[in-house]
Ligand binder design. Structure first.
Ligand code: HEM
Length: 428
């Protein structure tokens, strides 16, 4: 018989960063865990959260069915702190439609072209902020892949980059402390940026309509989904589908690529092998850097009452609660040796020594269970291609002295660097 939730300790006075000012979002939950144990309750901003970190609790978490405890609802509740409601209402193609057959090879071809453009911009030598470089690369690849004709070059590209940087949904978890100001402004800047995105994409739709050759990629599928609507509704609907897909898709990948480059620059032997074409090693490096950079809060919004096994007992969790775990408190600490960068610990997409863990689900880069990332193979291929080309094409010298730190308030996604990660480069 499940117990009521009040058998669990309450982390008294703990608030989450979108509700109260917090210096170190992950540190606050770590301190609550140190005093309360592996499963506890947080009440913050009028909402209730059950955090769990025990092997059984984490396994129960990944087993939660979507209809009972929803990842989709939890993501929406997070993203709507930053993004205008107009972006969510009435979408026809969602980010989950990104990976049909042939899609990945087309995205990788666009990445190849985006890398050509990046090399043109870098020129022979100079200095560059690595995370800005990867972010721009991600915009170019993504927009070429699904935003319609002309959106990945020239003025249209620059306009979209500017608007998407304002409209960056990941700010909801990278800078949760900034969300009160976003709410106070009525999301004014975000709504303006969304209109700017719509103007550029609607022009791309007009250009698409005037071309005889049909687009057989994702943009073509989005256009098709709106085919029966009147002109204005159709253009706006297409633009909003493109915008949500772009916002939801690229930012973690490009942050992870940034860390993979940072880590390889600190490990010259592996760097040499990756540049020489060892794609298998490159994928392990990508997984390892992503594991270490994980700041994800994994959350499920409870929509039906659920009996949840925390490992210390089964509790009844009512609708309206959120069940959560936090990867940075697991990934590097559930077994000795996990704190260091060691690509050899990965065997294909799995930890070689997962059997030594109390549960294999305690460590992850791309998630476990039904909701695990559908973009994992694509992301690893994209990171491999980008690392190999950028580090093979340029000799880079990092200008940072200490290993870069994540943004302290960040609670979600792949870490963003708190400081600038500047590197000098010269073409090889
Ligand atoms: C290195 C890059 C990436 C990392 C580390 C990553 C990580 C993750 C993780 C940990 C989850 C599971 C979250 C959970 O269970 O709550 C997830 C789910 C998801 N990811 Fe990724 N991801 C990456 C790139 C991408 C890209 C590029 C896309 C799209 C283009 C994408 C689309 C998705 C989607 C749609 C889901 C939800 C799947 C579902 O709910 O069934 N991801 N990702």
């Amino acid at each position: 018989m499940p117990a009521p939730l009040d058998v669990l300790p309450l982390a008294d006075g703990v608030g989450l960063p979108w509700d109260v000012p917090v210096d170190d979002a992950v540190g606050v939950i770590a301190a609550a865990r140190a005093s309360c144990g592996d499963s506890f309750v947080v009440r913050s901003g009028g909402s209730e959260y059950l955090f769990t970190f025990s092997p059984t609790g984490v396994e129960s978490f990944y087993a939660l069915p979507e209809g009972v405890a929803s990842k989709g609802v939890a993501d929406y509740l997070m993203l709507r702190r930053k993004l205008p409601d107009a972006l969510f209402a009435g979408r026809r193609l969602l980010p989950s439609s990104l990976f049909r057959r042939d899609d990945v090879s087309s995205y990788l071809a666009h990445l190849d072209h985006a890398l050509d453009a990046t090399e043109d911009e870098l020129g022979e030598r100079g200095s560059v902020e690595l995370f800005a470089l990867t972010r721009r690369l991600g915009h170019r690849m993504g927009l070429a892949s699904w935003a319609g004709p002309g959106c990945a070059e020239g003025d249209a590209f620059e306009e979209l980059v500017r608007a998407f940087d304002v409209l960056d949904g990941s700010q909801a978890f990278v800078h949760p402390d900034a969300m009160a100001a976003v709410a106070a402004s009525g999301k004014r800047d975000e709504r303006t940026a969304l209109d700017d995105v719509a103007t550029v994409i609607e022009d791309a739709v007009r250009q698409h309509d005037s071309e005889s050759q049909p687009d057989d990629g994702l943009f073509g599928r989005i256009v098709e989904a709106w085919a029966s609507e009147a002109a204005e509704v159709r253009r706006r609907g297409i633009a909003m589908d493109v915008a949500l897909i772009h916002i939801a898709s690229m930012s973690n990948l490009m942050a992870a690529l940034g860390w993979a480059i940072v880590d390889l620059l600190g490990h010259p032997e592996q760097l040499r092998l990756v540049v020489a074409g060892d794609a298998d090693l490159a994928q392990r490096c990508a997984l390892e850097s992503t594991r270490l950079a994980q700041r994800s809060i994994m959350a499920r919004a409870v929509v039906e009452p659920v009996a949840f096994d925390t490992g210390a007992g089964v509790v009844d969790v009512p609708p309206g609660w959120t069940i959560a775990t936090l990867l940075p408190l697991l990934n590097t600490s559930v077994a000795p040796g996990l704190e260091g960068w060691e690509p050899a610990r990965w065997n294909r997409h799995r930890l070689a020594e997962a059997g030594a863990l109390a549960s294999p689900m305690l460590v992850t880069a791309f998630g476990h269970g039904k909701h695990s990332c559908p973009a994992q193979p694509f992301s690893l291929s994209a990171m491999t291609m980008a690392m190999t080309r950028l580090l093979g094409g340029y000799d880079m010298t990092p200008l940072w002295e200490d290993y870069p730190c994540p943004v302290p308030a960040q609670i979600g996604g792949v870490a963003r660097s708190a400081g600038r990660c500047e590197a000098l480069y010269v073409r090889r």
